[in-house]
Design a protein around this ligand. Structure first.
Ligand code: PLP
Length: 379
């Protein structure tokens, strides 16, 4: 009997172990890779299903932990965060938290002095996005992190748009939590990660099994996690190359587009993602502009991709002080690894003609020309 048991159980156990290990090894390798790309330790990386989940976890998890431990119930964020952050903060407001939405001014930038002035002894968390998804402005993240560190307040940044476009080092940049998402860097859709500094008190967001060191239940999506790690590795290794390639393309585009009468660049020209340019044109309707560009083979967007199809003006454009009439005429062009300078030339050849055609059909443009309305102060 003993011999039979040995014969039948020993090989199976070994077999199952090795199959399990086969899946675990790439999972842990992926964790180490993502950690390395961020300057973090592998035990500080948690895989999630998307950037939205990472934002929810960081914000709700920290807010709840801080309330329980220290009675803190105040959150500081900015007025132009992605809805993954804004709606999460609004949900917490309904549960009794107070939230300060910092202004981002004409340049689309948080003022670190204003942020510091907003902190109170009740502040549980600061969450400021690394780079804005619509107008591409990059916030002074290391400086904000430094202020939070000085005051002992956890600092989260939504870096979904920044990964691969800005060199990131969470320790050097004073970041306690960082959200990222796969699909912005050519990884599969539906995978994300959250960096949580070791030792930071953050409540579990997904209760369940013991996966992700018992902090995020649910069977790991190993194939996508491996895809995310590969994409992160490539994005991080080529970040300086990407900046060097895309910045001149963006600058040429901005110079060319601003020659169009009554056009504006949205947000700081200096502090922006290398491949992002966001504009508004007076007397033009953004949705029509997109359709006409699309017919010419140019894929662009107006507000954020997540809200395209919505006719509400973008909260981001309103937050930088634009009136609805100007915000409705917006255009966001994003360049990636597969674009070239020829694409910029083609846009500059095509766009002014389309703007002219749309303005010729626009009653608002007629009113602007006849000086019945005046939006020039926003340009
Ligand atoms: N945060 C920012 C800045 C984004 O741009 C996005 C998506 O576009 C998200 C969060 C949400 O990420 P996901 O779509 O992976 O949930």
């Amino acid at each position: 009997d003993t011999a039979t048991t040995e014969i039948y159980t020993f090989p199976y156990t070994t077999l199952f172990r090795s199959i399990g290990q086969k899946a675990k090894a790439p999972l842990e390798q992926a964790r180490a890779t993502v950690a390395k790309c961020l300057g973090a330790n592998p035990n500080e990386i948690y895989f999630t299903s998307c950037g939205t989940e990472s934002d929810n976890w960081a914000i709700k998890g920290t807010a709840r932990a801080q309330l329980k431990k220290h009675g803190k119930n105040h959150i500081v964020t900015s007025a132009f965060e992605h809805h993954a952050v804004l709606h999460t903060c609004q949900a917490l407001e309904k549960q009794g938290f107070t939230v300060t939405y910092l202004p981002v001014h004409r340049e689309g930038l948080v003022d670190p002095a204003e942020l510091e002035a907003a902190l109170t002894e009740k502040t549980a968390l600061v969450s400021i996005m690394y780079a804005n998804n619509e107008i591409g402005t990059i916030q002074p993240i290391p400086e904000i992190g430094e202020i939070c560190k000085k005051h002992g307040i956890p600092f989260h940044t939504d870096a979904v748009q920044a990964i691969g476009n800005v060199p990131i080092d969470v320790k050097a940049q004073n970041i306690d939590m960082l959200s990222l998402s796969g699909h912005k860097i050519h990884a599969p859709k539906g995978i994300g990660a959250l960096y949580i500094r070791a030792g930071l008190a953050v409540d579990t967001f997904m209760d369940g099994g013991a996966q992700e060191r018992a902090r995020r239940g649910g069977t790991e999506n190993v194939a996508e996690i491996v895809g995310l790690a590969k994409a992160m590795e490539t994005a991080a290794a080529t970040v300086n190359e990407r900046i060097a390639k895309l910045t001149p393309m963006r600058e040429k585009l901005i110079d060319g587009v601003l020659k169009i009468e009554r056009s504006r660049l949205n947000g700081s020209r200096e502090h922006r993602l290398p491949g992002n340019a966001s504009f508004c044109f007076q007397g033009v309707e953004g949705e029509s502009l997109l359709l006409m560009l699309d017919m010419k083979g140019i894929s662009a967007s107006s507000g954020s991709a997540c809200t395209s199809g919505s006719l509400d003006p973008s909260h981001v454009l309103l937050s930088i002080g634009l009136p609805h009439e100007v915000a409705h005429g917006s255009l966001r062009i994003s360049f990636g690894d597969y674009n070239t300078m020829e694409d910029v030339d083609y846009i500059l050849e095509t766009l002014p003609k389309i703007i002219d055609r749309l303005r010729n059909m626009s009653p608002l443009w007629d009113a602007i020309q006849a000086k019945k309305v005046d939006y020039d102060k926003y340009m």
